[in-house]
Write a new protein. Sequence first.
Length: 361
Amino acid sequence: MLTDNYCVIMGGGVGSRFWPYSRESKPKQFLDIFGTGRTLLQMTFDRFSKIVPKENFVVVTNATYRDLVLEQLPELHPSQLLLEPMRRNTAPCIGWATYHIQAKNPNANIVVTPADHLILQEAVFDDAIWEALRYVAEHPQLVTLGVRPSRPETGYGYIQIASGAEQGFVKVKTFTEKPNLEMAKVFYESGEFLWNSGMFVWNVKTIHEAFDRYLPALTSVLDEARGHYAQPDEQSRVSAIFSQCPNISIDYAVLEKADNVMVLPVDFGWADLGTWGSLYDLKKSGDRANVALHTEALFYEAEGNIVSIDGEGDQLVVVQGIDDCIIAQSDGVLLICKRAEEQRIKEFMGEASLRFSKKFD
């Protein structure tokens, strides 16, 4: 039944690798990256609203972003926001949402998604989500969506699959963190690996049992608030104990240990917009492969650059003699760095925050 479908949007990250465009005060999920008039958070809500009733959405975010979420998603009631008093990674985030939803509907089938993904083939995506929701309603399995890789990518985690399939779902053999380029080539050429999309589907009872078995350090904390979930005092009760939750991801805590994890191989034009590099790869075209966002740009003897200027009014950027760089300006910060060195952006942001009293973080 449609009323048993729930969606948990994880929207509390800082998005530091998108600095200076993404800031502590307004991370990338709250930004209109593509100039479409809809932020990444709003696009995520739009995507799942065809499958999940609006009253069955739950957004887990940092308490700092409460007003931003309600401003951007006025369709939601404040009680649909679970406000983390501190960041404790994805396992506590999903664990809290599990307890909250189970108190409302013990038969719920849940899709969990980050707030910052891009899907190009929406109809194919819808079919995959429907298929996964139907499957977990009938099988006590934990399902992850695995994207068929199109290249040896070092920016994503990988899922190794076993042979054979059950209704299109395949048993997971191993999860692997982001590999180096040599290993990524091996994964890609083997045909046994999928990209880990970070999207999950399961029945509320199945994931709760998995938490009990594999992460009792979390359930022992969340159990202290039993009787208060989906009640007016839920937020205050959970906030008081949240610091005791282990700081761990759902992958490490549960999925890498469980023996009932299945993957649905998918190909619907997926991108995790976690870095400038991922955005560049998505938008690059032409012989010189330069990308300009939110601005007009002229390139002379320049190749492989991404330029993004966040400001009021029309602006023109002229780039000469620079190759393979990120050139991004937002709110008083101009960043120019090599695309190959973008993993250092978090370092740059930290140094700027330290030296300039958080003015530019």
